[in-house]
Ligand binder design. Structure first.
Ligand code: ATP
Length: 360
């Protein structure tokens, strides 16, 4: 179970110039995406942007109108020729949102199911080793209906991994689970995939999941990949407002570029990449704002608190800030428990690395 990836040569998966329309909807437009051996790539994007369609092309559940699909060195489908490998011959592991287990087979039998080429003893050894890695050893003889949703999903993962697939294709496998269980299963799944060196393409609409799981994220919108990179690249250097907004709440302001910067009510933001005098939009993440309580009474040109609430690991503060005669409302996320009162006077500081300027 712990042997390194048996398919080290070339990419594990390559989608090349894939385009596909469903009637009037463009589900894929000249998509180029590869997954390297042992790499976990996340397809991240809003509902309907074409993530599942790409995964189905990789699995062979659908045939793209244009482009090629390779798995390892092998061409699986090519719109220019009749080349076509059916799903069962692609050596891919598939897991969907809802675990589809055989109800009349035990957990162990479910996991053994995909291993017809091994002897009964080897099958059982491999299945038990995977179940143990996922904390399911005590349930090996149980039937699926007695397992929780999370346990069933782990069995589905073990079953998909058992035959050492060339690539795992996971479509929102955690989204049916409640929040606490989801975090745990994500962690266990990541550990298992890395331990087995399994190349993986994971579809998700959850940006936190992508940041946590991915070695590389491909952000999709309207059938196109608009940005690809390591999680820190995508989060810290988003290429457009859509990508910034996709990662959560954001303060949106506007201004004019002057001396290579845009002035905002919480301080200047560098904008040397934009022409002088042009209109710009500034997107400031709530965690970019640091708040310091000011002593003394509230003065009418200073910033003050409108509301504060606890988020969990951080506190949410709704602020009122001023620029000239104008008043702006902004959101700040402060690590830890910090709950100033309404109307408390405050100073607001900006961490400009989490502020992004784009042309308007
Ligand atoms: P979700 O997260 O909601 O599953 P997605 O990003 O996975 O969304 P897809 O399921 O790939 O998106 O769908 C992309 C677009 O193609 C959508 O507009 C969808 O309605 C359309 N579509 C997908 N499959 C078909 C089909 N078989 N027939 C017609 N339209 C389809």
């Amino acid at each position: 179970v712990q042997s390194p990836c048996p398919y080290p040569a070339g990419e594990a998966l390559a989608l090349e110039h894939i385009s596909h329309d469903f009637d009037t909807v463009t589900a894929a437009e000249d998509i180029n995406l590869n997954v390297e051996p042992e790499e976990l790539v996340c397809l991240l994007g809003p509902s309907g942007c074409g993530k599942t369609t790409l995964l189905r092309f990789a699995a062979g559940l659908e045939r793209p109108q244009h482009g090629r699909v390779r798995i390892g060195e092998q061409l699986m489908s090519d719109s220019q020729s009749s080349t076509w490998t059916p799903p069962e011959q692609r050596q891919v592991g598939l897991v969907f949102q809802d675990a589809v287990l055989f109800p009349h087979l035990s957990v162990l039998e479910n996991v053994c199911f995909g291993l017809p080429k091994l002897s009964a003893k080897e099958r059982e050894q491999r299945a038990r080793a995977l179940l143990a890695q996922l904390g399911l050893a005590p349930f090996a003889e149980s039937f699926p209906h007695v397992l929780s949703g999370g346990q069933q999903q782990r069995v589905a993962l073990a079953r998909a991994l058992a035959p050492s697939p060339r690539i795992m294709l996971l479509d929102e496998p955690f989204s049916g689970l409640d929040a606490r269980l989801r975090d745990r299963i994500r962690d266990d799944t990541l550990h298992l995939l890395k331990r087995n060196g399994t190349a993986t393409l994971l579809v998700t609409h959850d940006p936190e999941e992508a940041l946590f799981m991915a070695d590389r994220i491909a952000v999709m919108r309207n059938g196109r990949i608009i940005q690809q990179g390591r999680p820190t690249e995508i989060y810290c250097h988003p290429i457009d407002p859509f990508v910034v907004r996709f990662f959560g709440d954001v303060n949106e302001l506007q201004g004019v570029v002057a001396n290579g910067r845009v002035e905002t009510p919480v301080g200047p933001v560098e904008a040397q990449h934009l022409p002088e005098g042009s209109q710009a939009q500034v997107l400031i993440r709530p965690e970019a704002l640091r708040v310091e309580q000011r002593s003394g009474p509230r003065d009418h040109t200073g910033s003050h608190v409108l509301m504060s609430r606890l988020l969990g690991g951080a506190s949410f503060i709704h602020l009122c800030v001023h620029q000239g005669n104008d008043e702006f409302h902004m959101h700040a996320h402060i690590p830890g428990v910090y709950l100033p009162e309404r109307d408390d006077p405050i100073d607001v500081h900006l961490d400009a690395s989490q502020a992004f300027v784009f042309p308007l």
